[in-house]
Design a protein around this ligand. Structure first.
Ligand code: GTP
Ligand code: MG
Length: 332
């Protein structure tokens, strides 16, 4: 694996090099992990930061119209001369093989657009792994000069949090609700959303979309004010991905929000906090990985038996285990 060659290819914007590099960061083979880490480091550039793209996290339940939205929205951006990369975080094994290319028909035009790069989500492993490789894929796309990186997720389990932690903007896509009650949107998701888009605001669904939008606008106003928001944000808006309506207005709001955040120091503060978050995740995962090694497993079994038999307490056994695998400081 020639890392320097891969690096040059990516910086030049060579899509094959980018694809190969993403495959590399997705690999769990130890030598690949080492090479991937080297590549990411090399791409950071002299001043310590790679070229910055606008990273947009996009979440929504199955069928809400994510693929259709990305097709229309992505096409609008490439039409303005912007280069757009689309990545997916998909933690559900049922959809292994990738949601994005699975419905390539819905992104038919974008997948053939020279200004766009679409990468399907690889078959799943644990979410920790999904987070790391997607984050690294984002870094690769940035280094390759993409202006916008869209990170899609269906929002299973913790995937929204994972995506939010690697996005500059988090967009939640919702469908018009039947009644006037709020859909079962988790409060935590509402709290991380920067813009809520009520999709399918067309035809028979338009009136319902309008009500839903009003409901969410109200709900957003009740949330605690966040320092990273100018007046009027977070906000709810209506779009129709199918009819390509409202997409330009949504983009204008995203730009207004990011401009404000850049000018007020929130953009870089958020990226710094995210870097810290991912560092901590890496440490956690490395420690957890240690538990999967032979000696740790043996100790887990052995000390587990001792605890089960009442010979020692869970706290004392845990301290003994951490001590034995060389990770002291069990808070003993
Ligand atoms: N009326 C209307 N239908 C839409 C709109 N956007 C998407 N749809 C339809 O909703 C269905 C689901 O759209 P997708 O784009 O595949 O939804 P998705 O969120 O990607 O779904 P998953 O990939 O399964 O998570 C399709 O039949 C679309 O044609 C819209 O703006 N208006
Ligand atoms: Mg889809």
């Amino acid at each position: 694996m020639d890392i320097a060659q891969l690096e040059r290819g990516i910086v030049k914007g060579d899509r094959r090099a980018l694809s190969r590099a993403i495959t590399l960061v997705e690999s769990t083979r130890p030598d690949h992990r080492t090479a991937a880490a080297e590549l990411i480091e090399a791409l950071k550039g002299a001043n310590g930061t790679p070229r910055e793209a606008l990273r947009i996290g996009l979440s929504g339940t199955p069928g809400v119209g994510k693929s259709t939205f990305i097709e229309g929205f992505g096409g609008m951006l490439t039409g303005q001369g912007l280069r757009v990369a689309v990545l997916a975080v998909d933690p559900s094994s049922a959809r292994s093989g990738g949601s994005i290319l699975g419905d390539k028909t819905r992104m038919d035009q974008l997948s053939r657009d020279p200004g766009a790069f679409i990468r399907p989500s690889p078959s799943q492993t644990h979410l920790g792994g999904v987070g790391r490789r997607t984050r690294e894929a984002v870094a690769l796309c940035e280094a390759a000069g993409f202006d916008v990186v869209l990170i899609e997720t269906v929002g299973v389990g913790q995937s929204e949090t994972v995506v939010a932690e690697m996005s500059d903007l988090f967009v939640l896509l919702l469908a018009p609700a039947g009644g006037d009650e709020l859909q079962g949107v988790k409060r935590g998701i509402m709290e991380i959303a920067d813009i809520i888009l009520i999709n399918k605001a067309d035809g028979d669904l338009k009136a319902a979309a309008s009500r839903t939008c009003a409901d969410y606008s109200g709900a957003l106003r009740l949330l605690r004010k966040r320092p990273q928001d100018p007046k009027g944000f977070p906000k709810a808006m209506m779009v129709s991905a199918l009819e390509d309506s409202g997409l330009d207005a949504a983009w204008a709001e995203m730009q207004a929000l990011t401009d404000w955040r850049r000018e007020n120091g929130h953009w870089s503060a958020r990226r710094a906090a995210q870097a810290r978050y991912w560092f901590q995740q890496e440490v956690r995962q490395a420690l957890l990985a240690q538990l999967e090694t032979g000696p740790a497993r043996a100790a887990l079994r052995e000390l587990g038996d001792a605890v089960a038999e009442g010979k020692t307490t869970p706290a004392i056994a845990a301290a003994a285990l951490l001590d034995r695998i060389g990770a002291p400081g069990a808070g003993a």
